[in-house]
Structures are given as C-alpha cells and as structure tokens.
Design a protein around this ligand. Structure first.
Ligand code: SF4
Ligand code: SF4
Ligand code: SF4
Ligand code: FES
Length: 886
C-alpha cells in the first residue's frame, strides 16, 4: 500500500492510509498529550487533549480520530494549542474531588501527570466536583465515579477487549457516567471482574480493592501470570516486600493485549496467607517441625540415595509441576534420570490430558506447535471443541469473542453445555458428552460427500487418504446423529460453515480429559488434514493448556517417556546423545506416570516420591486412595509454597517460591517462551525452586552446580534445539519449530502425515444405578485443584459455593429448588452441594464445578490412565442425585 506523505512539526513523515495523526506522530517519536487514546481501543475523541493544528486550513483537529492525508502540515505544540490544553485540564480538575492524598492511583494518575506536564497548578475555576457514592461491595473493584473524566476507556475495554458489555454510558450531560444497566452493582451485572477497565482508567475513578491503603507501590516489575496457559504479561507492583497490585503489561507485543482475567488480576493475594511455608520442615516423632536447610537437605539426599541403593532406581519417583519454570523442570527431571537413574518422572500437566496431545504431536512429528492466538482473529472459521476458555483460559476466550463479535468470523461451538461462548457462536452443537469423535467423523463424511476436501494439501502432505475416504463413504450418518444426539440438519449446518475453509480448531479439556480423547483427537486431526487446515497461519490446532508452563514442562522432559525436547527415551540414538551430554547412563525403559506411581505405591513397589509444586491429594481423582498410597511410601519429600493436604503427609517439606518471588521462564499454549525476574523475595527461609534442586543435587554428590539461572538456560539452549533462544531470551522468544519445516516443506522427502482409521465410539449404554451424567469443569475465578486460588482472601470474600447445575426437569423430578442440597454419588464417591437450576441444560446432565469445597468433585472420578482405551477419563462420570433433606 502506498504511503501518505505529510509534515508534522516541520518533519517529513510518511504513514499508511487510515493511520491517525496521533499514531503517525507517535510512530515518528513526536509526542502529543492524550488521555482517552489507547492503542488497543477504537478512538473516540472524547478528551480533546490531543488537539493539533492543521496549518494550511487553520483547523484544529483531535489527532486521535483525524486521519493523515496527503501533504498535510501539522503543528502539535503552538501557544494556542498549549493554552487550549491547559484550559481543558483545568476544567477537568475543577470537576474533580481533591482527594489525591488518599487516592490509590497516587503518583500514577494520568490527569495529575498531564496537568504537571502542562504546568497547570492553580485551577482558576470554581470547583464543581460531582460527588457520587463509593461503590466497593465486591471484593475486587472500588468505583469512585466522582473522579471520572468520561474518557470511556473502561467502556471500550469492556466492549472491545474482553467483550462482556457489563457497563456503558449512563445518563446524559453533567450526570453522565459509565455504569451497569439500571446502575446495578457490578456483582449483579455480567461483570467477570477481569479488572481490565480498572487498569485502563487514567484516574482513581476505578481502582483495585486492597485490604489496606498502599498508595503508590514502591516498585514495579514485568512478570508473567502464574495461572493458566495463556501466559499473560503483567506489571506486578510491590510494597514492603509484598505483591500489592497486578496490571497488564503495557508492552506492545503481549499475548493479552492490555487484558487480564480475575485470577491474574486479583488472586495474587494467596501469596501472603499464613499457610505459606517459610522454613524447611522435618517429621520427628510423627510431627512436622521446623529444621535448618542443612538438616533437611541432608535427610532428602540420604533418603533418596538409600532407597535407590536398597530397592533399585525403580523404587524412586519424581512428580513435578507444570506451574514451575522451564529451568526448574529441566533440573528436576535431570536429577531423577542422572542421579537416581530413573525415568519415573511426571508432572501435574498429566491431568490436563497432555498424553493425548502428545499422541497428536507424534503424528505430526512435533509440527504445528506454534499457533499464535492472534491468528484466531484472522481465521476463516473457528471450531471450538470441548473448550470453555471463558472459564478455563479467559485470554483465549477474549480472542474468540473478539473474532466472532467484532470481526464476524464464524464460530462453531461443540459442547454439551451452553457455555458463555455459545451466545457468540454462529452455531452451537449441543452434542452428547464424549461423542466428539462421532461428530468429527460425521462432518468429515459430509464434507467428503460434498467434495469439499483439499486435494492439493492431501496429495502433497498426507498418506492413507484412500483408505480413510472409503471408511467415510460407508459411515452411517443416522448413527452419528443418534450417538451425538444432534439432529442431522445441525451437523449439515456445521458442514456448511466449514465447507471450503481452513479451520482453526480450539480444543479443550472436554476432549483432552474425556474417555475417548485420543480417538476424538485423531478424528479431529483427520478433519484438519482433509481440509488442509495445518501448516499455516490463522488455522490449525489450538490446545488449551490448564497451567502456565504445561508446554514447557513437557518440553523439558518432565515425563516418563520423553527426554528434554520431547525426544523419546526409547530411541537409542537420541538417548545416546543425552548420555553423552550428561555423562551418565540413562535407563531405556519409560518410567511411571503419576497414575502408575500411585498404583506402585499401593503395591509397595514405589518406596520414595519427591513432589515439587503439586498437591496430588487434592488434584487427583479418588483422593482417599491417593492418600493411602502416599502413606504407604517409606519416604515422601514435598517441595511447595503452601501447607496443604500433601505436605501434611510428607517426611520432609522444602519451602519453595511463587512465580513472582523468583526468576525463570514459561512456555505458553501458543509456543511463546517468556522470561521474568523476581518481584519480591520468597518469605522467611523459602527459596526459588531451582536453587533448592541445585542444593539437593549437590548433597547427593552431583558435581555440576548452577549458581545462576542463566547457567541452566545456557545448558538448555545448547542441548534442546526447540529452545536455542533461551540463553539470550530477553523478554520473549518462540519455540523453534524444526519439524514444521520438514512436514510442510514443499520439497520434503517422505515423512507424510497419516490419516488414522475411522473409529466409532458410539456408546449408548446407560447405567440404571447411576442414570445421570456429571461433567466436571473449571470456574473462572479458580484454577485446577484450587490449592492456590482457594487461599485468596478476595475469592473467599466473593463466597462462591460451587453449586451443582442441574436441568429444570431433573430439579422438578427430584423436587429440589435453587439453593436446596443434593447428594451426588458415583461408583467412586459421594459429595453434597447446593443446587443451581439451569433451564438450558440437557436433561440428565449435571455440571459440578472443580476447585471449590476442597475440590471434592474429584471424589466422583476413578483414578485411571488418561488416553488408554479402557480409561473412563477425568472429565465426566455417571452419577445419581438425591435430595438432602435439611
Ligand atoms: S471510570 Fe475511568 S476509564 Fe471510565 S470513563 Fe471514567 S475516567 Fe475513563
Ligand atoms: S471488570 Fe472486566 S467485565 Fe467487569 S466491567 Fe470491567 S472490563 Fe467489563
Ligand atoms: S489466568 Fe490466564 S487468562 Fe487469566 S491473567 Fe493469568 S494467564 Fe491471563
Ligand atoms: S486522546 Fe484524542 S480526544 Fe482524547
């Protein structure tokens, strides 16, 4: 596109058509005062501070809304403009209350900054603040709209970035202000308490609710959110050694683009609770009591080495965490493999269904792993399958809502429940639980019948299409309709939306944790291959990651069958390579995953377990079974930040650091590697986890030491091709996707991607004793097992109860109404919850929220290996509901 030439302040400038004068000036280092402008929001020209003079016509223009045009001559800083700006600011200040001394915006108030820059001290007008009541009933946000400048950044953030629509302009003239419909309190509106509007507000009109007044924080640092796999970039502020405030990073190229969710914005207060572990603990006479680091490390090293000596390396196992950093995961598995000689290594990401994703990675030879979320807003069509990102990974939810509502991209949602995404969708396929495989096959059959397959892609990159299409031709679509409980016309409608398009699949835990997860993913990959939806931008597979470093933990080999770089342990060439690098013999046999660790502990074969950053007593199904298995161990080491169900069983507890208390790096679900530094120090004697691992290794006689994080990064970058940029990472880098080059190289030889056979999973049996089907899922405020989020004082004050959702018809059959209690029983356990009646839930379905009430929902599930043919999965189960009489 040809650029437009203009002159700003005597400087020749060229800019693309459609650029505002303000943006053109900023691009060329010319600053113009502004208040209502934000690069992620549409311009509205509300504050008029950005006025500039167009010299030729003698016009004044609001430069944020006026576009560049050829041969314009612009002045940004004339005496007239300065006076006008000063008058505008004086008027704003005259309407502003004089509460700067106790305003939590403190020295960060943009009105004060601009006033100072323009030299406005005395207002010179009669002050006319319009006082409004302080709204602070909710535990997250305080609204003092007497400080509102009507810049509408909050409204635009709410509508354009997080696409909620909780607030809008209310009333007119002097009384105008941003408010909810009928000025309801935020907690009664659709507000999700993401806090994005608060971070946007230039004044103290919107502020974060803190337990005490902190004023201007003493220090601000860039960090990465430690909750879900989106990996939002943050600016974390501290005062008196504690994190007191979190906001989205102002950096240009972040994944979250000035947004956050309620977890990232508000739940950091879990770090300051009394349950923080502040010194090592050792069990003596059955009691855990404080010990020195020396004592604790000695016991850990001797305990692990003696187990290996007396019972062999298979008697020891390591269960790490996808919440811990890349560097920590690398050291953790290295200690297991090199010092203890075992591949019994796994991480908490197992429960997120990563073994199932791994099966797809294998089919794609590790290709297709870098999928920038920005692509979703450019996609032809989006197909969200078993994914509820507005709750589990809100940052992805924002992309989907923007794509659909603001960009008009068709969105198909396949989910048994009417999730928050459904109102944004072009089509909702309310399929029966675990029938996704049937749906994918049915869609593929219809598209094939319509000759809507991508012959060019299929010929060039795939193998086995003939066999696949023969199976599709004989597929009984009526049977698909019965299995999915979807009218055939609905499946045809979905095919209409997909026909001739490259698809962006967003795949969630409804698939990754379900009984037929592997088969459903294989069928989905077939559909992706058939439609040519892989190997480019704005299409492909977007897997939701439950935790912040799920991808990085697997990449670092915290897995029983992978070495770092996801290299198979059984491949003797790859193993030999690592043996050389680490100067150690490695076991060729894959080790135990976490489920098998529990089984072997039950049998007495597993004697020692080292857990880092996980609380399996709360996160795994059948918690009582897990408790008895861990009690059976001879030696249990737990390294964590909070005292919890699992630390209480340990022989030694080592206090680690939360993500804001240490440096490190995480890989998010897109394949973006992001590094961060500590914001505050860990409490008491707690230490960064990588330091603890280095000390443990040294105590066990390992000579290689790491005195700095950078030394671990250098080793990873030298040894793991995917992470060659880690040593000099700066703030972010992307995974090096070497396999993609091979898979989608037009000149490649061999290595085609295979279609897998069409398999039917139709499962129409019902269980007389347990006639209803419960689906377990996350709520936006909480993450995973809730070990961290349930400690947040703000969330406790929000008082979520974890009500079970049941269909209206089921409620009347059971004679229960909203607020009554029901007992939910499965073959594995029984829990009691309050009821929420849902008109739009399919009869027979029940939704049980995770995390709350000690994550008791997990008691309903059977502990089984995910991805195995006979595994019932960790997502749903058959249940029976009974009213509990009060
Ligand atoms: S509340 Fe803040 S962001 Fe919203 S319009 Fe007022 S000043 Fe602007
Ligand atoms: S907190 Fe989030 S959802 Fe609520 S009004 Fe602000 S931007 Fe909208
Ligand atoms: S929890 Fe996820 S979506 Fe929310 S702020 Fe953190 S990384 Fe972003
Ligand atoms: S920044 Fe242009 S009118 Fe406010």
């Amino acid at each position: 596109m040809e650029k437009i030439h203009l002159i700003i302040n005597g400087k020749d400038i060229s800019s693309l058509p459609g650029t505002s004068i303000l943006s053109a000036a900023l691009e060329h280092g010319i600053k113009i005062p502004s208040l209502c402008h934000h690069r992620h929001l549409s311009p509205i020209g509300a504050c008029r501070l950005c006025l500039v003079e167009e010299v030729r016509r003698g016009r004044l223009l609001a430069s944020c809304v006026a576009l560049v045009s050829p041969n314009m001559v612009i002045q940004t800083d004339t005496p007239t403009l300065k006076k006008l700006r000063r008058d505008i600011v004086r008027l704003m200040m005259a309407a502003h209350p004089e509460s700067c001394l106790v305003c939590s915006k403190g020295n960060r108030c943009e009105l004060r900054r601009i006033a100072a820059e323009l030299g406005v001290g005395q207002i010179g007008f009669y002050p006319m603040p319009h006082y409004t009541g302080l709204e602070e009933a909710n535990p997250f946000i305080v609204r003092d709209l007497s400080k509102c400048l009507l810049c509408a950044k909050c409204i635009r953030a709410d509508h354009e970035l997080v696409v909620v629509g909780a607030i809008d302009y209310h009333l007119r003239g002097f009384k105008c202000r941003p408010a909810t419909v009928h000025e309801m309190p935020l907690e009664k509106s659709g507000c999700t308490f993401c806090g994005t509007c608060v971070s946007m507000c230039p004044t103290g009109a919107l502020s974060l609710k803190n337990t005490r007044y902190v004023g201007t924080p003493q220090k601000q640092s860039s960090t990465i959110c430690g909750f879900c796999g989106v990996g939002c970039s943050l600016v974390t502020a501290s005062a008196d050694g504690q994190v007191v405030e979190v906001n989205p990073s102002p950096r240009e190229d972040t994944v979250n683009r000035s947004t956050l969710c309620v977890r990232g914005h508000f739940v950091h207060d879990f770090m300051n609770v009394p349950e923080r572990l502040t010194s090592p603990l050792m069990r003596t006479n059955g009691q855990l009591s404080p010990a020195t680091w020396d004592e604790a490390l000695d016991v850990v090293a001797r305990g692990l080495l003696s187990m290996r000596k007396n019972h062999g390396p298979q008697s020891v196992a390591f269960f790490g965490s996808s919440k811990c950093t890349i560097e920590e995961n690398y050291l953790f598995q290295k200690i297991a493999r090199v010092i203890l000689g075992t591949n019994n290594v796994d991480n908490g990401g197992y429960g997120s269904g990563r073994t199932i994703v791994s099966s797809i990675n294998e089919r794609l030879d590790g290709g297709g792993r870098v999928t920038p979320l920005a692509g979703l807003e450019e996609a032809d069509v989006i197909f969200a399958v078993g994914a509820n990102p507005t709750q589990s990974a809100p940052g992805v939810g924002y992309y989907l809502k923007r794509a659909s509502r603001l960009k008009g991209i068709p969105l198909i949602v396949a989910d048994p429940r009417k999730t928050e995404l459904v109102p944004f969708s072009s089509l909702w396929l309310a399929l029966a639980p675990r029938s996704d495989c049937e749906l994918m096959n049915g869609l593929a059959a219809i598209l094939y019948k319509r000759k809507a397959h991508d012959t060019h892609f299929i010929d060039r990159f795939t193998e086995g299409f003939d066999f696949y299409r023969n199976s599709l031709s004989s597929l009984d679509l009526e049977k698909v309709s019965r299995a999915t409980k979807l009218d055939l016309s609905m499946i045809e409608k979905a095919a209409d939306l997909l026909e001739g398009k490259r698809i962006a699949f967003v795949v969630g835990h409804g698939v990754l944790q379900q009984r037929f997860g592997t088969l459903a993913l294989n069928a989905l990959l077939n559909l992706a291959l058939m439609t040519g939806s892989l190997g480019g931008e704005a299409r492909g597979l977007y897997f939701l990651a439950m935790e912040n470093n799920e991808v990085g933990a697997w990449d670092m080999g915290t897995a029983p069958d992978f070495l770092p770089g996801r290299q198979r342990i059984q491949n003797h060439l790859l193993r030999g390579h690592w043996e050389q690098l680490w100067e150690a013999r490695l076991s060729p046999e894959p080790g135990l995953n976490i489920v098998r660790m529990v089984e072997e502990a039950e049998r007495g074969n597993l004697k020692a377990l080292y857990i880092m950053g996980e609380n399996p007593l709360r996160s795994l199904p059948q918690p009582e079974r897990v408790r008895s298995a861990l009690s059976n161990l001879e030696f249990l080491v737990v390294q964590d930040i909070l005292a919890n169900e699992t630390t209480r069983l340990a022989d030694v507890v080592l206090p680690g650091a939360a993500s804001s208390e240490k440096g490190g790096s995480f890989t998010n679900l897109e394949g973006r590697i992001q590094s961060f530094e500590a914001v505050v120090s860990p409490p008491g004697e707690a230490r960064p986890d990588w330091e603890i691992l280095d000390l443990v290794a040294a105590r066990m006689g390992y000579s290689k030491r790491y005195s700095e994080l950078q030394e671990i990064r250098t080793e990873i970058s030298q040894f793991v091709p995917l992470y060659t940029d880690l040593a000099g990472i700066g703030e972010a880098a992307w995974l090096k996707e070497t396999s993609n080059l091979r898979l989608f190289d037009p000149d490649r030889e061999g290595g085609a991607i295979h279609f897998s056979p069409v398999v039917s999973t139709a499962d129409e049996t019902s269980d007389g004793e347990f006639p209803q089907r419960a689906i377990l899922g996350s709520l936006q405020c909480h993450l995973g097992s809730g070990t961290r989020t349930c400690r947040s004082v703000r969330l406790k004050n929000f008082a979520l109860k974890g009500e079970v959702e049941i269909a209206a018809g089921d409620a009347s059959r059971l004679k229960v109404k909203e607020g009554d209690k029901v007992r939910i029983s499965s073959p594995w356990g029984s829990i009691t919850r309050e009821v929420r009646v849902k008109e739009d839930l399919r009869p027979g379905l029940v939704f049980v929220p995770l995390a709350l009430q000690e994550n008791s929902a997990r008691e309903l599930l059977q502990l089984s290996e995910l991805g195995q043919a006979d595994s019932p999965g960790w997502k749903e189960c058959q249940v029976r509901l009974e009213k509990v009489e009060s």
